[in-house]
Design a protein around this ligand. Structure first.
Ligand SMILES: [Zn+2]
Length: 302
């Protein structure tokens, strides 16, 4: 039952802001009315690790505060991204229902600004509790019934969001035969556009050792299918891009929560799709971080 959080209708949003006594709620609505959606742009987040307790701190980081800082920047960006995707580890540690209620609430202002929110899951999530807890979600019809698998079509690329969770709190990931078969079929049926593969676990060394049990089988599927241009992952809480021997871009999204290496940034990635590639801009939570504004211009393999 793959799900996502659709944008909340503007009529409902305006009704909320008109009845709200607090002036603070009106400001984003004026901004939302003014700025345009850029259909080629996306906000990519990973490893948000949200706890039901907004005061929860781990590794000297308040995860809720970090997500709020990222949310504020996305809501004040000059153009509205066409979607926001979180690449797993939504919940703090063990995928509790109350954590998912907090996650949903934290994304409400984004959805009220007409940005749909797509959620992937990681090893700190619990698939069933996630599906049961997110009441305002919509089911998508593009994936497998018992996994959080989705295909998202854009003008310049298709996103294939997979589910590499084996079991909550078990660190390594696995795509598995059923999803790999689905991926092969769906990639072949949509070979006319660049394909970007997105899921939680890292298939290669990137800040930490590769942590996907079927990375060999996955590369065998992806390398010969030339429409596959990039593979996005998270899990390592590290920002990095590299290319495999066939030219597929391997993009390690940074964490929004706490980095494992003290020098690594927390933040999100503003991305712009183009016919021939993709521009990625790192936006750090700490604006004084030396990697703030780091831009990677990815050129697609042919
Ligand atoms: Zn994580």
């Amino acid at each position: 039952m793959p799900i996502y959080l659709p944008a909340i209708s503007r009529r409902r949003f305006l009704a909320t802001t008109l009845t709200a006594a607090a002036g603070a709620l009106c400001a984003p609505s004026l901004l939302a009315a003014r700025r345009k959606t850029d259909a080629d742009t996306w906000a990519f987040l990973s490893d948000i690790h949200i706890s039901a307790d907004p005061k929860k701190v781990a590794r000297n980081t308040n995860m809720t505060d970090n997500l709020k800082a990222v949310r504020k920047e996305i809501l004040s960006w000059p153009t509205r991204p066409s979607g926001l995707l979180v690449n797993g580890d939504l919940a703090f540690n063990s995928g509790e229902s109350v954590d998912y209620a907090a996650v949903t609430k934290l994304f409400d202002p984004i959805r009220k600004d007409q940005i749909p929110v797509w959620l992937g899951i990681g090893n700190h999530d619990n698939r069933e509790r996630f599906w049961d807890s997110v009441k305002s979600a919509k089911k998508t019809q593009t994936g497998l019934a018992d996994r959080q698998v989705m295909m998202i079509s854009n003008k310049h690329a298709n996103f294939f969001v997979l589910d590499s969770l084996i079991e909550t709190l078990k660190t390594p990931g696995l795509v598995g035969e059923e999803q790999r078969e689905w991926l092969k079929k769906t990639l072949d049926a949509n070979a006319d556009k660049p394909a970007i593969i997105i899921f939680h676990h890292n298939p290669v060394e990137s800040g930490m050792a590769a942590n996907l049990n079927d990375e060999k089988e996955m590369f065998e599927i992806l390398r010969p299918r030339k429409q596959v241009k990039a593979w996005f992952f998270g899990h390592t809480h590290f920002w990095n891009t590299q290319q495999d021997e066939s030219g597929i871009h391997l993009v390690n999204l940074p964490c929004v929560a706490y980095p494992f290496k003290p020098e690594a940034p927390s933040g999100w990635v503003h991305s712009t799709l183009k016919p021939e590639g993709m521009r990625l801009e790192l936006r750090c939570v700490d604006k004084t971080h030396k990697q703030q504004g780091d831009v990677k211009d990815l050129k697609w393999r042919v």
